[in-house]
Write a protein that binds this ligand. Structure first.
Ligand SMILES: [Zn+2]
Length: 325
Protein backbone atom coordinates (compact mmCIF):
# COMPACT_ATOMS: atom_id res chain seq x y z
CA UNK A 1 0.00 0.00 0.00
CA UNK A 2 1.32 3.39 -0.94
CA UNK A 3 1.60 6.22 1.56
CA UNK A 4 3.93 7.89 4.03
CA UNK A 5 5.97 4.95 5.33
CA UNK A 6 8.65 6.67 7.41
CA UNK A 7 9.75 10.06 8.60
CA UNK A 8 12.47 11.82 10.53
CA UNK A 9 13.25 15.36 11.58
CA UNK A 10 16.27 17.55 12.05
CA UNK A 11 16.49 20.51 14.35
CA UNK A 12 19.64 22.46 15.20
CA UNK A 13 20.34 22.30 18.89
CA UNK A 14 21.11 25.26 21.11
CA UNK A 15 19.59 28.61 21.94
CA UNK A 16 20.43 30.26 18.61
CA UNK A 17 20.01 29.14 15.04
CA UNK A 18 23.24 27.85 13.57
CA UNK A 19 25.00 30.50 11.52
CA UNK A 20 25.69 28.18 8.63
CA UNK A 21 22.31 26.47 8.20
CA UNK A 22 19.81 27.24 5.48
CA UNK A 23 16.93 25.50 3.72
CA UNK A 24 19.22 23.16 1.85
CA UNK A 25 21.30 22.09 4.86
CA UNK A 26 18.23 21.64 7.06
CA UNK A 27 16.53 19.50 4.40
CA UNK A 28 19.67 17.44 3.76
CA UNK A 29 20.13 16.80 7.47
CA UNK A 30 16.49 15.71 7.83
CA UNK A 31 16.98 13.29 4.93
CA UNK A 32 20.16 11.94 6.58
CA UNK A 33 18.22 11.46 9.80
CA UNK A 34 15.66 9.47 7.80
CA UNK A 35 18.40 7.35 6.22
CA UNK A 36 20.01 6.70 9.60
CA UNK A 37 16.69 5.56 11.08
CA UNK A 38 15.72 3.49 8.02
CA UNK A 39 18.87 2.20 6.32
CA UNK A 40 16.71 -0.19 4.29
CA UNK A 41 15.07 2.67 2.39
CA UNK A 42 16.22 2.85 -1.21
CA UNK A 43 17.49 6.00 -2.81
CA UNK A 44 14.60 8.35 -3.60
CA UNK A 45 13.54 8.88 -7.19
CA UNK A 46 12.11 12.35 -6.64
CA UNK A 47 11.23 14.91 -4.00
CA UNK A 48 8.59 17.55 -3.36
CA UNK A 49 9.12 20.29 -0.79
CA UNK A 50 7.05 22.74 1.24
CA UNK A 51 8.47 25.88 2.78
CA UNK A 52 10.55 28.93 2.02
CA UNK A 53 13.26 27.37 -0.12
CA UNK A 54 15.04 29.63 -2.60
CA UNK A 55 15.71 28.33 -6.13
CA UNK A 56 19.43 27.66 -5.60
CA UNK A 57 18.60 25.56 -2.54
CA UNK A 58 16.25 23.42 -4.64
CA UNK A 59 18.94 22.97 -7.30
CA UNK A 60 21.38 21.87 -4.64
CA UNK A 61 18.81 19.51 -3.12
CA UNK A 62 18.31 17.83 -6.52
CA UNK A 63 22.08 17.45 -6.85
CA UNK A 64 22.39 16.11 -3.30
CA UNK A 65 19.70 13.49 -3.98
CA UNK A 66 21.38 12.47 -7.21
CA UNK A 67 18.31 13.25 -9.29
CA UNK A 68 18.90 13.26 -13.05
CA UNK A 69 20.50 16.46 -14.37
CA UNK A 70 17.91 19.14 -14.98
CA UNK A 71 15.40 17.63 -12.54
CA UNK A 72 13.35 20.21 -10.73
CA UNK A 73 12.22 19.79 -7.15
CA UNK A 74 8.65 21.16 -7.06
CA UNK A 75 7.56 23.33 -4.16
CA UNK A 76 4.11 23.37 -2.60
CA UNK A 77 2.62 25.85 -0.13
CA UNK A 78 1.75 23.26 2.52
CA UNK A 79 3.12 19.92 3.67
CA UNK A 80 -0.27 18.33 2.95
CA UNK A 81 0.00 19.48 -0.67
CA UNK A 82 3.60 18.25 -0.87
CA UNK A 83 2.58 14.81 0.46
CA UNK A 84 -0.31 14.65 -2.03
CA UNK A 85 1.96 15.69 -4.89
CA UNK A 86 4.69 13.23 -3.84
CA UNK A 87 2.11 10.44 -3.55
CA UNK A 88 0.93 11.10 -7.08
CA UNK A 89 4.41 10.59 -8.53
CA UNK A 90 5.60 7.66 -6.41
CA UNK A 91 5.06 4.99 -9.02
CA UNK A 92 5.09 1.27 -8.33
CA UNK A 93 8.17 0.52 -6.28
CA UNK A 94 9.27 4.13 -6.40
CA UNK A 95 10.19 6.27 -3.44
CA UNK A 96 9.48 9.99 -3.20
CA UNK A 97 10.39 12.35 -0.39
CA UNK A 98 8.20 15.13 0.94
CA UNK A 99 10.34 17.64 2.84
CA UNK A 100 8.84 20.36 5.00
CA UNK A 101 10.98 23.30 6.05
CA UNK A 102 10.24 25.50 9.02
CA UNK A 103 12.21 28.71 9.18
CA UNK A 104 11.61 31.40 11.71
CA UNK A 105 12.74 34.92 11.12
CA UNK A 106 16.27 36.14 11.71
CA UNK A 107 18.23 34.59 14.52
CA UNK A 108 15.22 33.63 16.63
CA UNK A 109 15.98 29.93 16.28
CA UNK A 110 13.47 27.14 16.01
CA UNK A 111 14.35 26.22 12.45
CA UNK A 112 13.96 22.63 11.42
CA UNK A 113 12.99 20.25 8.68
CA UNK A 114 11.00 17.03 8.38
CA UNK A 115 11.57 14.38 5.71
CA UNK A 116 8.76 11.94 4.91
CA UNK A 117 9.28 8.89 2.69
CA UNK A 118 6.38 8.03 0.42
CA UNK A 119 6.26 4.62 -1.20
CA UNK A 120 5.04 1.06 -0.82
CA UNK A 121 4.79 -0.33 2.71
CA UNK A 122 2.90 -0.04 5.95
CA UNK A 123 1.67 3.55 5.95
CA UNK A 124 2.00 5.91 8.87
CA UNK A 125 -1.45 7.11 10.00
CA UNK A 126 -2.24 10.57 8.69
CA UNK A 127 -2.34 13.12 11.55
CA UNK A 128 -5.86 13.60 12.79
CA UNK A 129 -7.66 16.72 13.95
CA UNK A 130 -8.28 20.02 12.24
CA UNK A 131 -5.67 20.95 9.63
CA UNK A 132 -2.97 23.14 11.14
CA UNK A 133 -2.76 26.62 9.69
CA UNK A 134 1.04 26.81 9.68
CA UNK A 135 3.78 24.67 8.20
CA UNK A 136 5.30 24.37 11.67
CA UNK A 137 1.99 22.96 12.92
CA UNK A 138 1.91 20.46 10.05
CA UNK A 139 5.47 19.36 10.81
CA UNK A 140 4.63 18.94 14.49
CA UNK A 141 1.53 16.92 13.60
CA UNK A 142 3.42 14.54 11.33
CA UNK A 143 6.28 14.21 13.83
CA UNK A 144 3.76 13.15 16.47
CA UNK A 145 2.08 10.71 14.06
CA UNK A 146 5.31 8.88 13.30
CA UNK A 147 5.86 6.44 16.14
CA UNK A 148 9.44 6.64 17.30
CA UNK A 149 10.28 9.41 14.86
CA UNK A 150 13.98 9.92 15.03
CA UNK A 151 15.05 13.49 15.52
CA UNK A 152 18.62 14.18 14.63
CA UNK A 153 19.76 17.30 16.39
CA UNK A 154 22.62 19.55 15.47
CA UNK A 155 24.61 18.61 18.54
CA UNK A 156 27.22 21.17 19.32
CA UNK A 157 25.58 23.99 17.41
CA UNK A 158 26.86 27.32 18.54
CA UNK A 159 25.42 28.44 21.82
CA UNK A 160 26.34 32.00 20.91
CA UNK A 161 23.50 33.77 19.17
CA UNK A 162 24.90 35.46 16.10
CA UNK A 163 23.14 37.10 13.21
CA UNK A 164 22.77 34.84 10.22
CA UNK A 165 23.98 35.89 6.81
CA UNK A 166 21.32 37.51 4.61
CA UNK A 167 18.59 35.10 3.71
CA UNK A 168 17.65 34.38 0.97
CA UNK A 169 20.98 34.30 -0.75
CA UNK A 170 23.15 37.41 -0.57
CA UNK A 171 22.93 39.66 -3.62
CA UNK A 172 26.33 38.87 -5.02
CA UNK A 173 26.76 39.28 -8.74
CA UNK A 174 28.74 36.77 -10.75
CA UNK A 175 30.93 39.55 -12.16
CA UNK A 176 32.14 40.99 -8.90
CA UNK A 177 35.65 40.32 -7.65
CA UNK A 178 35.73 37.14 -5.65
CA UNK A 179 37.98 35.26 -3.32
CA UNK A 180 41.72 35.59 -3.40
CA UNK A 181 41.86 32.45 -1.33
CA UNK A 182 41.10 28.86 -2.13
CA UNK A 183 39.27 29.59 -5.35
CA UNK A 184 37.55 26.56 -6.80
CA UNK A 185 35.87 27.09 -10.18
CA UNK A 186 32.18 26.18 -10.27
CA UNK A 187 32.57 23.19 -12.65
CA UNK A 188 35.20 21.58 -10.42
CA UNK A 189 33.17 22.33 -7.30
CA UNK A 190 30.06 20.73 -8.81
CA UNK A 191 32.03 17.73 -10.06
CA UNK A 192 33.08 16.79 -6.53
CA UNK A 193 29.95 17.72 -4.59
CA UNK A 194 28.45 14.23 -4.54
CA UNK A 195 31.58 12.70 -3.01
CA UNK A 196 32.14 15.55 -0.56
CA UNK A 197 28.52 16.12 0.51
CA UNK A 198 27.80 12.42 1.09
CA UNK A 199 31.35 11.28 2.01
CA UNK A 200 31.54 8.83 -0.89
CA UNK A 201 34.77 6.84 -0.99
CA UNK A 202 35.78 3.98 -3.29
CA UNK A 203 37.39 0.64 -2.52
CA UNK A 204 39.87 -0.78 -5.01
CA UNK A 205 39.17 -4.39 -6.05
CA UNK A 206 42.83 -4.94 -6.94
CA UNK A 207 44.61 -3.82 -3.75
CA UNK A 208 41.80 -3.07 -1.27
CA UNK A 209 42.84 0.55 -0.73
CA UNK A 210 40.08 3.05 0.04
CA UNK A 211 40.26 6.36 -1.83
CA UNK A 212 38.43 9.50 -0.67
CA UNK A 213 36.91 11.36 -2.33
CA UNK A 214 35.92 8.67 -4.79
CA UNK A 215 37.55 9.53 -8.06
CA UNK A 216 38.63 7.94 -11.26
CA UNK A 217 41.60 5.98 -9.91
CA UNK A 218 42.87 4.15 -6.82
CA UNK A 219 45.26 6.36 -4.85
CA UNK A 220 47.54 3.39 -4.18
CA UNK A 221 47.84 1.36 -7.37
CA UNK A 222 46.15 3.63 -9.92
CA UNK A 223 43.58 1.01 -10.91
CA UNK A 224 40.62 2.56 -12.72
CA UNK A 225 38.40 -0.47 -13.22
CA UNK A 226 35.86 -1.90 -10.81
CA UNK A 227 36.25 0.67 -8.01
CA UNK A 228 33.37 0.14 -5.57
CA UNK A 229 31.85 3.37 -4.20
CA UNK A 230 30.45 3.43 -0.67
CA UNK A 231 29.62 6.01 1.97
CA UNK A 232 31.92 6.57 4.91
CA UNK A 233 30.03 6.64 8.20
CA UNK A 234 29.16 10.32 8.51
CA UNK A 235 29.43 10.16 12.29
CA UNK A 236 32.35 7.73 12.50
CA UNK A 237 35.39 10.02 12.32
CA UNK A 238 38.02 10.96 14.87
CA UNK A 239 40.10 14.15 14.91
CA UNK A 240 43.68 13.47 13.80
CA UNK A 241 44.79 17.11 13.60
CA UNK A 242 43.21 20.42 14.56
CA UNK A 243 44.06 24.06 13.96
CA UNK A 244 42.32 27.41 14.47
CA UNK A 245 42.13 29.97 11.65
CA UNK A 246 41.71 33.74 11.75
CA UNK A 247 41.24 36.58 12.12
CA UNK A 248 43.51 37.54 9.27
CA UNK A 249 44.58 34.01 8.44
CA UNK A 250 41.44 33.03 6.61
CA UNK A 251 40.91 32.92 2.85
CA UNK A 252 38.94 36.03 1.88
CA UNK A 253 35.75 34.08 1.18
CA UNK A 254 35.59 33.38 4.91
CA UNK A 255 35.81 37.07 5.90
CA UNK A 256 32.05 37.43 6.66
CA UNK A 257 32.13 34.32 8.81
CA UNK A 258 35.15 35.49 10.81
CA UNK A 259 33.61 38.95 11.25
CA UNK A 260 30.36 37.44 12.55
CA UNK A 261 31.64 34.44 14.40
CA UNK A 262 35.35 34.86 15.15
CA UNK A 263 38.04 32.24 14.65
CA UNK A 264 37.07 28.86 13.32
CA UNK A 265 38.64 25.43 13.50
CA UNK A 266 39.79 23.19 10.69
CA UNK A 267 40.24 19.50 11.44
CA UNK A 268 41.79 16.55 9.70
CA UNK A 269 39.32 13.76 10.40
CA UNK A 270 40.31 10.11 10.16
CA UNK A 271 37.67 7.53 9.32
CA UNK A 272 37.79 3.84 10.35
CA UNK A 273 38.57 2.87 6.75
CA UNK A 274 41.89 4.69 7.04
CA UNK A 275 41.05 7.72 4.90
CA UNK A 276 41.25 11.33 6.01
CA UNK A 277 39.27 14.43 5.11
CA UNK A 278 39.97 18.08 5.91
CA UNK A 279 36.77 19.57 7.31
CA UNK A 280 35.80 22.85 8.92
CA UNK A 281 34.65 22.76 12.53
CA UNK A 282 31.09 24.06 13.01
CA UNK A 283 31.35 24.48 16.77
CA UNK A 284 33.24 27.51 18.12
CA UNK A 285 36.82 26.83 19.23
CA UNK A 286 36.82 25.38 22.71
CA UNK A 287 37.50 22.33 24.81
CA UNK A 288 34.71 20.25 23.23
CA UNK A 289 37.00 19.05 20.45
CA UNK A 290 40.61 17.92 20.70
CA UNK A 291 42.94 15.39 19.14
CA UNK A 292 41.24 12.02 19.31
CA UNK A 293 37.73 13.44 19.78
CA UNK A 294 34.93 11.51 18.11
CA UNK A 295 33.05 13.72 15.69
CA UNK A 296 29.78 13.82 13.81
CA UNK A 297 29.52 15.57 10.44
CA UNK A 298 26.68 17.65 9.06
CA UNK A 299 26.21 19.37 5.73
CA UNK A 300 26.55 23.13 6.24
CA UNK A 301 27.11 26.34 4.32
CA UNK A 302 30.79 27.01 3.82
CA UNK A 303 31.16 30.29 1.89
CA UNK A 304 29.45 32.40 -0.75
CA UNK A 305 31.14 32.53 -4.16
CA UNK A 306 30.03 33.61 -7.62
CA UNK A 307 26.59 34.59 -6.44
CA UNK A 308 25.56 31.61 -4.37
CA UNK A 309 26.39 29.59 -1.32
CA UNK A 310 28.70 26.65 -1.41
CA UNK A 311 28.41 23.78 1.01
CA UNK A 312 30.50 21.12 2.65
CA UNK A 313 30.45 18.81 5.61
CA UNK A 314 31.57 20.27 8.91
CA UNK A 315 32.41 18.53 12.14
CA UNK A 316 30.68 18.75 15.50
CA UNK A 317 31.35 16.88 18.74
CA UNK A 318 29.72 13.45 18.55
CA UNK A 319 27.22 12.94 21.33
CA UNK A 320 28.35 10.11 23.55
CA UNK A 321 31.61 9.67 21.66
CA UNK A 322 34.97 9.16 23.33
CA UNK A 323 36.63 12.44 24.19
CA UNK A 324 40.15 12.40 25.58
CA UNK A 325 39.73 15.96 26.91
ZN1 LIG B 1 44.39 -0.16 -5.79
Amino acid sequence: MRGVIAGAAYRPEGPGAAWDEDGFTLAASAIESLQDAHPDLRRPDSAVVAGAFVPSELEDLARYLGLPAGSAVPREATLAAAVAHASSIAGTGGLTLAVGLERRSGDAGGDGALALAIGEGAPVPVPTGPPPDTLGGEIAGWSAAIAGARILSGAGASATRVARPPDPDPPLSPGQPVAQGAYVPWPRYVESTTAHWSLVAARCPACGTVTFPAGRACRNCGAREGLVPFRLGRDSGVIAALTVIGPGGQPTEFDPQVEAHGPYGVAIVEFPEGVRATLQVAAPPGPALALGSAVATRLRRTYPMEGRWRYGRKVLPRAGGPNPG
